[in-house]
Write a protein that binds this ligand. Structure first.
Ligand SMILES: [Cu+2]
Length: 373
């Protein structure tokens, strides 16, 4: 957790802490929202608005090929002259909900993304190492081309070549895609609720992020998907006494085969389940497991991009992952902040099978702050 993230969590907690301490009510339960890392998990009563803020951050560190950890030298042997050393991603989201009826709640979720990556040379001369991944498309450029005096070569590329062992960092930030969803109640009884979420993401995020030398960023550092995507899910939640639980299955279906920059991210599928236990009328602790599957990318950049590091290859995206998470949900029951909810969840990847070579996910935090009226 860096300083910004700590500050964000700290401020949220301090704002709400005094009112949680001495309150009691049976009408509102802290566990009626899912853990902070789960979205579109609940509906509202007719006419109710909810204003929420969500914050997600994740850290990536260490190279993986399939399920095994590999060294930069092994990545060099696979043809890469640069590899990522660390990557951090931050997302700030607004979570606005309005219930048009008891059966249908609408949700709008714009997001702001920022990603930073540190890279290091693998210590190989690009000429030899890159031959294996030479590409026959003229859209991009291989290391061999650039070493032979390609006119597009500039100082910053030269730096990477000549100082292969040195590290540098780069990043992108801006508005990402916008989620628009309808949550439709299928079943509800005392202690049980089932709903279907029909969602799309509007491609408001840029897929045209470039490095200072004019070449495309790694695919994974674009701010949006650039395609209209379907993001449906099915959610069941329940509770009995102090215990609560939930299951959500869903995914992302790309509705277009390529965006304006020539590629499309892979489809995703996920299933997650959680258990909660109410420690106090205002506080519930949660534990969660998530399984995810994501396809590699299709298509390819339709402009110049470096092919030096794993993030520049469409095959080095997606895979199959299991993530474990623990957290808490708190709800202010009385006082000036009554009704304010705070969820905090920490997650860590416990099993992984990456497509190709990728930076491994280490851990991440989700924060959710919301108020309904
Ligand atoms: Cu809500």
């Amino acid at each position: 957790m860096n300083f910004n993230q700590l500050l964000c969590v700290g401020v949220c907690a301090c704002l709400a802490m005094p009112v949680w301490a001495h309150v009691e009510s049976s009408a509102l339960r802290p566990e009626s929202h899912a853990p902070a890392g789960v979205m579109s998990d609940h509906l509202h009563a007719k006419g109710e608005w909810m204003f929420g803020y969500r914050y997600l951050t994740s850290e990536y560190r260490g190279l993986y090929q399939g399920s095994s950890s590999i060294t930069p030298e092994q990545a060099a042997a696979a043809g890469y002259s640069m590899v990522g050393r660390t990557m951090s991603m931050e997302m700030h989201m607004l979570d606005i909900m309005y219930a048009v009826s008891d059966q249908v709640t609408l949700m709008l979720m714009p997001m702001h993304m920022s990603m930073d990556m540190t890279m290091e040379g693998t210590g190989t001369m690009p000429m030899g190492g890159m031959q294996g991944m030479a590409h026959d498309s003229d859209a991009g450029m291989t290391m061999g081309d650039s070493m032979m005096g390609d006119p597009m070569m500039n100082d910053s590329m030269m730096d990477d070549h000549m100082m292969g062992s040195m590290s540098h960092s780069h990043g992108t930030s801006g508005w990402g895609d916008t989620n628009v969803s309808a949550l439709i109640r299928l079943y509800a009884s005392e202690g049980h609720s089932l709903h279907l979420t029909l969602g799309i993401t509007v491609p408001t995020g840029s897929v045209d992020e470039k490095k200072p030398n004019g070449m495309f960023e790694h695919y994974g550092m674009q701010l949006g998907s650039g395609t209209w995507d379907l993001v449906p899910n099915l959610t069941y939640t329940g509770y009995r006494d102090r215990v609560s639980w939930g299951v959500q299955v869903g995914g992302t279906e790309r509705l277009e085969s390529a965006n304006d920059s020539g590629f499309a991210f892979g489809d995703q599928r996920f299933a997650t389940g959680w258990l909660g236990y109410r420690l106090a009328p205002w506080l519930s602790a949660t534990a969660r497991l998530e399984y995810e599957y994501e396809d590699q990318l299709s298509g390819e950049y339709n402009g110049a991009y470096p092919r030096k590091s794993p993030g520049d290859d469409t095959g080095n995206y997606g895979g199959e992952f299991v993530t474990a998470a623990v957290g808490f949900n708190a709800l202010a029951l009385r006082g000036p902040l009554a009704g304010v909810r705070l969820g905090l969840e920490w997650e860590s990847r416990v099993d992984e099978s990456y497509n190709g070579i990728q930076l491994g996910a280490e851990d991440g935090w989700s924060v959710s702050l919301s108020y309904a009226l």
